[in-house]
Design a protein around this ligand. Structure first.
Ligand code: IMP
Length: 434
């Protein structure tokens, strides 16, 4: 028995929701360790659909403890709204089933505003870099964390410290806002914003590292729920077109306060083709009718922003890179059925850069924009794979595709998901039992 870390091995939206839900049934504790309410997924349990952005998936299941770790950035208003929405659906959230790290950073309205101002300015400025963020304030909040001026959960309990910290924060933000031609923000406004939610947030606060350490020693099974994907990682992703946190598996330790030895099985959720929301390089992107087909068949629209996702062929070179940067033990391959009916399928196995062959995506922004994918072509299949629950249900060409993926990325398939239904899954290895 081991703990499991679930991360996305591409640019997010790999279908983590279904797999995390499936695993959370087997877990005692579900921990989020990075990101914030820029994530989004829908869980369908007994016919009821729950939309979660910030809360860990386990929260909708009775008897599970959900934990928001220190690596997460929390918009307290979004948190309360999500709790209220779930309450309206009959899910009661109390400190008995949700704990929030007292040292987690808060997202304030000024962060959300700044995120939007920058994105709009970049769109209208020559040379500006529009990231295509979710405009939730994620990046600006992490900037303040690293800048050592962030307001953290426990500050809500100490108004004197809070007041001084708000002042320091505003010295920075108001200077920035003056430069951007924006109105300054008053100390009172931010104090009011924070004190209005303090009573609702504080009951959930906990010394999460300590709680997790005790639980682990007592034998609890812990599921670490990653958000976004490895190629959006602030260090290992397609910088600057990335999110502002480390999304790779190692962050599960730092973002929860557990040692790396606690992590166990690293499950990389991997879509059978590639998608990306927002700006940035995407070597295997298809802007033709096949890209259109994948987007429509795969219902590729963002859960959080509703934006249309860009679609393309499976990029084995990129996933191979994610296998290395995360230490992926096995993958959950999702949405294979979206490829049903295509005459032939291409898989990117490496790139050509300025006439030279390379086997990985370089870190340089300029080079990332210039790489040309090298493909192998496989025969497609006409039969439907929707709902397959054992290998024998799959057409031979589909099995060949999966085997080729495994070989090229250097990791085995532990789970194969063949529809959004939770039981439409081929289980090869149970990550908790591995
Ligand atoms: P931010 O995380 O809002 O700062 O956005 C930075 C980049 O990450 C943008 O390209 C977003 O589209 C992308 N992003 C953030 N969260 C997700 C997610 O949950 N799925 C897919 N892409 C995401």
């Amino acid at each position: 028995m081991t703990n499991v870390v679930v991360i996305g091995s591409q640019w997010g939206d790999e279908g983590k929701g279904k797999i995390v839900d499936w695993l959370s049934e087997r877990a005692d504790i579900v921990v989020r360790f990075q990101g914030g309410h820029n994530a989004g997924h829908t869980l369908v349990i007994d016919g009821t659909s729950y939309k979660l952005s910030l809360l860990p998936s386990g929260v909708v299941r009775p008897g599970k403890m959900a934990v928001i770790g220190n690596g997460v950035v929390i918009d307290p208003h979004a948190l309360c709204a999500e709790i209220d929405k779930l309450a309206g659906q009959g899910v009661t959230i109390t400190p008995d089933n949700l704990r929030i790290a007292d040292n987690a950073t808060l997202i304030l309205s000024l962060h959300r505003e700044l995120d939007g101002i920058r994105e709009d300015a970049a769109a209208n400025t020559n040379g500006g870099v529009k990231i295509g963020t979710t405009r939730r304030g994620i990046g600006p909040a992490y900037e303040d964390k690293v800048g050592r001026r962030a307001i953290r959960v426990m500050d809500l309990a100490d108004l004197e410290t809070l007041s001084a910290k708000v002042e320091r924060l505003l010295t920075h933000h108001n200077a920035l806002r003056r430069g951007l031609g924006e109105q300054e923000i008053s100390h009172d406004a931010i104090m009011q914003e924070l004190t209005s939610v303090a009573d609702r947030v504080l009951p959930f606060r906990d010394t999460v590292w300590l709680m997790l350490d005790k639980e682990r020693r007592a034998g609890a099974r812990i599921l670490f729920e990653g958000a976004q994907g490895s190629l959006l990682d602030i260090d290992h992703g397609t910088y600057p077109f990335v999110t502002s946190s480390n999304t790779v598996a190692g962050q599960a330790a730092a973002g929860s306060g557990m040692g790396p030895g606690a992590l166990g099985y690293i499950l990389g959720i991997t879509k059978a083709y590639t998608t990306r929301v927002g700006e940035g390089p995407f070597p295997t992107e298809l802007t033709d009718e096949i890209g259109q087909f994948l987007g429509e068949r795969g219902r590729e629209f963002g859960t959080v922003t509703g934006r249309k996702r860009r679609c393309g062929w499976f990029d084995a070179a990129l996933v191979r890179q994610s296998v290395a940067t995360n230490g992926i033990t096995g993958i959950a391959l999702t949405k294979l059925d979206v490829l049903d009916g295509l005459d032939e399928l291409k898989i990117c196995v490496g790139y050509t850069l300025d006439g030279q062959e390379i086997d990985h995506l370089p870190a340089s922004q300029g080079q990332q924009a210039r790489v040309v994918p090298k493909y192998i072509t496989l025969e497609g299949w006409k039969e439907s794979t929707v709902g397959a629950r054992k290998w024998a249900d799959l057409p031979a060409q589909a099995i060949k595709y999966v085997r080729q993926v495994e070989e090229l990325i250097g990791a085995p398939v532990a789970l194969l998901s063949t529809s959004p239904e939770r039981d439409d899954t081929i289980l090869v290895t149970d990550p908790f039992e591995d």
